[in-house]
Design a protein around this ligand. Structure first.
Ligand code: ADE
Ligand code: ZN
Length: 330
């Protein structure tokens, strides 16, 4: 099995429908408006975000989050993942009545449990939610910068990228960068190439969440390749949310051929009926990546990970050893 690494998954968006239903039972809530027949139901990006918010609201204690992270990471490891960075949202925790500190402690506990069981390494990227406004995003950045949790290694911004101007969020990213955190920002998903260019100009991120609509502007694609900015590509999410009509129209192959550094990610896996394994399978079936190319995608993700150098070296060594080992039949 090709070893995998994931850099882009929203932890609340990774909650399986059955887990959300059991949380709803525990807290006396009704989720039938957006979960039925064992699956999430919504019809566009705005109703997806609403379902996401409603599911997140049912995780209310440190233990709820520990169990969520442990379940998600254990599943990821079973598909061959050796490393995961997931996005957290202190705003969602506060809206559910939990302090950002307790929320992060719970998630850290889940990462530790999954690592003990499977060996998977996990790190946390705190995000602000763009459509909650610049003040909220800055507050999230301050939390990320000061929380002191050893597994918090990055800061990012998710949410509706059509909301607000990039200049309004510059301070938040400066706070995070000055605290030594890695920077990743969502752009080029529902915003076009200009949103990717604006993100590069205003936030100087090491990585862009999605970024795929950069393909609309050849000069920008060249810039991304030259500057070595890593795109956290989420193919199934893009097709399910209608960013591209199907895999045949997805720009992964063009961006790859242009020399852009790309990783593969599941974004909000059960919402999109995907998993890290499916993303790699899609890249194999639709983008022509063989095992060597898929392993190179994992290598890119590990090179771009917001992780200490000792851990990165160990993960890269594990990848090299797996690649060198003869394939085992059966
Ligand atoms: N939050 C959760 N999933 C997201 C996505 N695909 N884009 C922007 N914000 C998100
Ligand atoms: Zn995302």
């Amino acid at each position: 099995m090709v070893l995998k690494a994931e850099l882009h998954c929203h932890i609340e968006g990774a909650a399986l429908p059955a887990l959300v239903e059991s949380q709803a039972e525990k807290y006396g809530a009704d989720v039938s408006a957006f979960i039925h027949d064992g699956a999430y139901h919504w019809h566009d990006f705005s109703s997806f975000l609403a379902a996401y918010d409603a599911a997140a609201n049912l995780f209310r204690s440190e233990e709820d989050y520990a169990a969520l992270a442990e379940t998600y990471l254990t599943g990821l490891a079973s598909e061959g993942a050796v490393y995961s960075e997931f996005f957290t949202s202190p705003d969602h925790a506060e809206r559910a009545g939990l302090s950002p500190q307790a929320y992060t402690e719970g998630l850290g506990e889940g990462i530790a449990r999954a690592k003990a069981k499977t060996g998977i390494e996990g790190r946390i990227i705190v995000t602000g939610v763009r459509h909650f406004g610049p003040a909220a995003v800055e507050k999230a950045a301050r939390f990320a910068a000061t929380c002191g949790h050893p597994l918090v290694t990055g800061f990012g911004m998710a949410g509706d990228e059509r909301s607000g101007h990039p200049r309004d969020f510059v301070r938040a990213f400066d706070i995070a960068r000055e605290a030594g955190l890695g920077i990743s920002v969502h752009a080029g998903e529902f915003g076009g190439a200009d949103s990717v260019e604006a993100a590069l100009d205003h936030f100087a991120p090491a990585r862009i969440g999605h970024g795929v609509r950069a393909v609309e502007k050849p000069d920008l694609v060249r810039r991304i390749a030259e500057e070595g900015v890593v795109l956290e590509v989420c193919p199934v999410s893009n097709v399910v949310l209608g960013v591209f009509p199907d895999f045949a129209h997805h720009p992964f192959p063009q961006l790859y051929a242009a020399g852009c550094r790309l990783s593969l990610n599941s974004d909000d896996p059960p919402h999109f009926h995907t998993s890290i394994g499916r993303e790699y399978a899609v890249a194999s079936a639709h983008f022509g990546l063989d095992e060597t190319a898929l392993t190179a995608v994992t290598r890119t993700a590990l090179e771009a990970a917001f992780v200490d150098e000792e851990t990165r070296r160990a993960l890269l060594l594990r990848l090299a050893e797996a690649e060198a080992a003869p394939a085992v039949a059966g």
